[in-house]
Ligand binder design. Structure first.
Ligand code: ADP
Ligand code: MG
Length: 639
């Protein structure tokens, strides 16, 4: 019987292995940049086209390769970085598996030019899908250039799996930033489709961070420095007041390599304990140096995760040193932690004059007398036209209370009156007169929700309760407001010409370049909401007009939320793009759970909700209100 086991041909094995190393253009960027760093380059250029789908090129001035190595480097397990297994434990380089170039060459068209300093001539190799197409001697400068074209040309399934250019570009940007942040002493330049994204001269950590993030970053940074036997910590954390809503700018580098560590992240967050608003995230750029033999970086194929020998000690050191820095730079006391822009009055209530709550105490009031001047009582009865004192509020209209109750009304009414001063405004629309047909002009005639806003009460700064004909309605204030704003924004973007308010002093906002890419793409849609951009280039935008329903102080919050919501790419169709923007803006601007609402605001909210096209659910598909029928309440009391 012939044997059925066969060795896979090399190019097939390479293609399979490539799947692990190369997921997208950004993986190629990472491998090539790291090789250039390992080759001790002091100047590295990254050039990409179409987010790296058509071209990723890395040019370095490093040590280069001789003619033999130039050929060998494309072989699987060809590496100059380890000679024996023990070397793995004292690694000072990024690569060590010797499979990146072999993998990339298996799934792309690749061209390499390389020359060592001492050699007169260099080597020029073209390799396509693991097949050597040509090898020539060439006149070249010192260093190496790799050009990777048409990634996944021979694996259409993988190529189709790639995301939009915006998404792929963000991944490339992430990898570039990580390598450039880890090596400030190297001059990096980065071009996308011919335009310069970054030109970062050799510098120190601080300058590099500012160069990558944006000009405004400098003032936000607090230095961290700690040197112990087991670890050296250097870098910067951001002042708590600059914490962001997204986790974009959080970087750990261990021995000059970007890593992710939930555990160390936790240590940083612990240092900020009590200094951050709920859910906000501080930026940090932390460079840890540990002896190479105390870590294991070989536990993950993409090598961004790491295992430390003495995790607990590192945790404690990291936390203490950051706490110390935050304390030393005295950032804590100047903060106003109580103020949370999220909890500010929602925009459309801002222009209304604040009503000072009044508490009137009726000194002469005696709950046990039959006093007909009881304020609440008499006002409540006025709507019904009933002049009778006792039980007045119950006799109106076609109420369901039988006269049999009238004798017992008195103490109830007196009890109610204790609330009088607290609700001066709402007396007219007291819950107990709400059922009066006369005052009820129904919004939803064939609906249960009838004029729900007649008499509202806020509970737990979260829900608004209001009686309705059949019982009561309980409205979730945050979700209701989201629904209202969402429909308003959508309407403005699609039907109405949104009006905008001109700013006296245009707002100048700074963003990182990948954020700017998103903003530029969103610009047309944002303009339909009422934003007016005076300028939008490289690292900042100048806004001279904003939608009428938001305030100046909310602008950066809204944009930041938008960037977070669109991190995974901008929807292709303009319909869903508008939808996403409207949702995101509704989310940032809606009144939050925990906000106190005046009665007028409660009223506006409930009315606004039921005037919506789709009042039942929030834009995020959550119920906005529930109803309870009197029968159900009765049942509970019958128990
Ligand atoms: P690894 O980096 O894990 O060793 P790679 O496949 O990335 O494996 O690279 C294989 C070898 O090719 C490296 O070990 C190195 O000797 C050589 N090499 C790759 N890129 C460069 C470069 N830019 N300059 C000099 N030598 C390089
Ligand atoms: Mg490598």
């Amino acid at each position: 019987m012939s044997s059925i086991i066969q060795l896979l041909p090399d190019h097939v094995a390479n293609q399979i292995a490539a799947g692990e190393v190369v997921q997208r253009p950004a993986s190629v960027v990472k491998e090539l940049l790291e090789n250039a760093v390992d080759a001790k380059a002091t100047d590295i250029k990254l050039i990409i086209k179409d987010a790296g789908k058509s071209l990723v090129q890395v040019i370095d001035n490093g040590m280069g390769m001789n003619v033999t190595d130039a050929r060998l480097c494309f072989e699987r397990h060809a590496t100059s970085k380890i000679r024996q297994a023990e070397d793995l434990f004292s690694l000072h380089t990024k690569g060590f598996r010797g499979e990146a170039l072999a993998s990339i060459a298996a799934i792309a068209h690749m061209e390499m030019k390389t020359k060592q300093d001492q050699d007169e001539l260099g080597t020029h190799i073209i390799i396509e899908g693991s097949k050597f197409v040509s090898q020539e001697v060439a006149v070249l400068p010192k260093g190496t250039s790799f050009a990777v074209k048409n990634l996944f040309f021979n694996i259409p399934a993988r190529r189709n799996f790639l995301k939009s250019d915006t998404v792929e570009f963000r991944h490339v940007m992430d990898e570039f930033q990580r390598v450039a942040l880890a090596h400030p002493n190297i001059h990096f330049t980065f071009y996308h489709n011919g335009s310069e994204m970054y030109n970062l001269p050799a510098a120190g950590y601080r300058q590099r961070i500012v160069g990558i993030m944006s000009g405004k970053t400098n003032e936000k940074l607090v230095p961290v420095n700690e040197d112990t036997e087991i670890i050296n910590v250097q870098g910067f954390v951001c002042k708590p007041e600059f914490a962001k809503k997204n986790r974009g700018e959080q970087f750990f580098f261990v021995n000059d390599r970007f890593i992710k560590s939930g555990y160390l992240h936790h240590a940083v967050m612990a240092a900020y304990d009590g200094l951050l608003k709920d859910g906000s995230q501080p930026s940090y750029f932390l460079y840890l140096q540990v002896p190479p033999n105390t870590i294991d970086i070989n536990i993950h194929p993409t090598k961004t995760e790491i295992k430390f020998d003495d995790e607990q000690a590192l945790y404690a050191i990291l936390r203490a040193s950051i706490k110390h820095s935050l304390g030393q730079f005295n950032v804590a006391p100047v903060l106003d932690f109580d103020r949370d822009a999220n909890l500010d009055t929602p925009y459309h209530y801002k222009d209304l004059e604040a009503e000072t709550p009044t508490i009137q105490v009726d000194g002469t009031f005696n709950p046990f007398t039959d006093d007909k001047t009881n304020q609440h009582y008499s006002k409540a009865s006025s709507g019904s036209g009933s002049g009778s004192s006792s039980g007045a509020s119950y006799s109106s209209g076609s109420n369901s209370y039988s006269g049999g109750y009238s004798k017992r009304v008195e103490p109830t009414a007196s009890w109610e009156s204790l609330y009088v001063g607290l609700e001066t405004e709402s007396i007219e629309s007291s819950p107990f007169t709400f059922e009066n047909e006369e005052v009820t002009s129904s919004l939803f005639n064939d609906n249960e929700i009838e004029q729900a806003s007649q008499g509202t009460y806020q509970i737990h700064k979260k829900y608004i309760v209001s009686p309705i004909k059949s019982g009561m309605v309980i409205v979730d204030q945050q979700r209701a407001h989201q629904r209202i704003l969402y429909e308003q924004f959508l309407l403005n973007m699609t039907v109405n010409q949104a009006s905008s308010q001109q700013l006296l002093f245009p707002l100048d906002l700074f963003y990182s370049s990948d954020e700017m890419t998103l903003i530029e793409e969103l610009k047309p849609s944002l303009e339909t909401t009422g934003f007016v951009f005076e300028e939008a280039k490289t690292d900042h935008i100048v806004i001279s007009g904003i939608p009428v329903n938001i305030t100046e102080s909310e602008v950066s919050l809204v944009i930041e939320q938008l960037l977070t919501d669109l991190q995974d790419g901008i929807p292709a169709s303009s319909y869903s793009q508008n939808d996403t923007i409207a949702k995101s803006m509704a989310k940032s601007l809606a009144v939050k759970t925990g906000s106190y609402l005046t009665e007028k605001e409660q009223d506006n909210l409930v009315n606004g909700l039921f005037a919506c096209k789709d009042p039942n659910i929030s834009p995020f598909q959550k119920p906005t209100f529930i109803t309870m029928r009197v029968e159900d309440i009765d049942k509970k009391f019958a128990l």
